[in-house]
Unconditional design. Structure first.
Length: 338
């Protein structure tokens, strides 16, 4: 299956595909033309409504140049594209003159090999016009390495698109995204445990109650992401976990330091925009802990207000603050009581 970002009906000439080196494709056509002493060599692609020449070997007359279009009903190209992987050796004498464009005047034979996308669907074909061969079937095998090379480049194109779609960076904030965090955090956690560091998983989320004085916007999340990155240390790992939530893997000396990080981000946010409210939660584990990252993340994330199941309203019930500031302000607080 092709990546969603690959449109096989879009010409390579119209798409920004830096992974496909069309200059190298042209050099391949030049090599094939020299080997077979042919009139010319070109590669065509079947797009949504027609056949299009993608690259061709250099010729004295401007024929079969890149961008030349042929109708989708062109029978010759249909047969070439849909042929078996070992290709065809066509004698154009079997076609009526009216069935061939004037570009094919003087062309008697075509040696071709189909080119496929990685999922097996047809891309187009490699064509050699008027090759000089004593044994067509034996000499046709020389096209196979070129056929494989071209298909490998299409595979590389698709692979790069898959990698880009799984990019580890969030475009909105520049931080790691969910996938990037799951790739980087386990390695950092193992290193931290090896050196005896305590660690905590912290989740941050901007609150948006129904009566919020200002609706949450992208710039608010960018602000929170910047404050988090300014607060954590180099060894810590932070990510924009999803649209509204941020996660941090922080290495600390004790559990109390996790509270300090949460309180610091809350105060910085209040200074930048006092109308925004912050929810934060955490889970803490020591170097001796064998807890895995995923369950600790779920434990911390489940403590966020937005992740808790809705409770029936109780009149005059006190509102519990998202962060217990008394623990932060009281230096005598015992971290074991957190």
């Amino acid at each position: 299956m092709l990546p969603e970002t690959i449109n096989p009906n879009l010409s390579l000439l119209d798409s920004d595909n830096q992974q496909v080196n069309l200059t190298r494709w042209m050099h391949q056509c030049e090599l094939i033309k020299s080997y077979y002493n042919a009139n010319t060599v070109f590669i065509f692609q079947k797009t949504s409504a027609r056949f299009e020449i993608i690259v061709s070997a250099i010729t004295e007359t401007p024929q079969f140049t890149a961008g030349t279009l042929y109708p989708a009903e062109f029978e010759l190209f249909q047969q070439i594209q849909n042929s078996q992987p070992d290709g065809l050796y066509h004698n154009l004498g079997s076609f009526m003159l009216d069935d061939l464009p004037r570009d094919f005047d003087g062309i008697q034979h075509i040696l071709s090999r189909p080119i496929a996308w990685p999922d097996g669907s047809q891309f187009g074909a490699l064509c050699v016009l008027n090759p000089h061969m004593t044994e067509p079937l034996a000499n046709a095998a020389m096209l196979e390495p070129f056929q494989i090379l071209l298909q490998q480049e299409l595979s590389l194109l698709c692979q790069n698109h898959r990698i880009e779609s799984l990019s580890m960076r969030d475009q909105e904030t520049g931080m790691l995204n969910h996938y990037g965090f799951l790739m980087m955090a386990p390695r950092q956690l193992n290193l931290g445990r090896r050196f005896g560091a305590h660690a905590g998983i912290i989740f941050f989320e901007l609150l948006s109650p129904d009566n919020a004085p200002v609706p949450l916007e992208d710039n608010h999340h960018r602000l929170l992401g910047k404050l988090i990155q300014d607060t954590i240390r180099t060894a810590d790992v932070a990510a924009h976990y999803n649209t509204t939530q941020f996660v941090v893997l922080a290495f600390v000396d004790g559990e109390r330091d996790i509270q300090h990080i949460m309180k610091r981000v809350e105060k910085l946010l209040e200074q930048q925009n006092h109308r925004l409210r912050l929810d934060a939660s955490y889970s803490f584990f020591t170097p001796e802990s064998s807890a895995k990252l995923a369950p600790m993340m779920e434990l911390a994330r489940g403590k966020l207000d937005s992740m808790r199941p809705a409770m029936p309203e109780i009149e005059d019930s006190p509102i519990k603050p998202a962060i217990d500031s008394s623990l932060y302000d009281n230096p005598a607080a015992d971290s074991a009581a957190l």
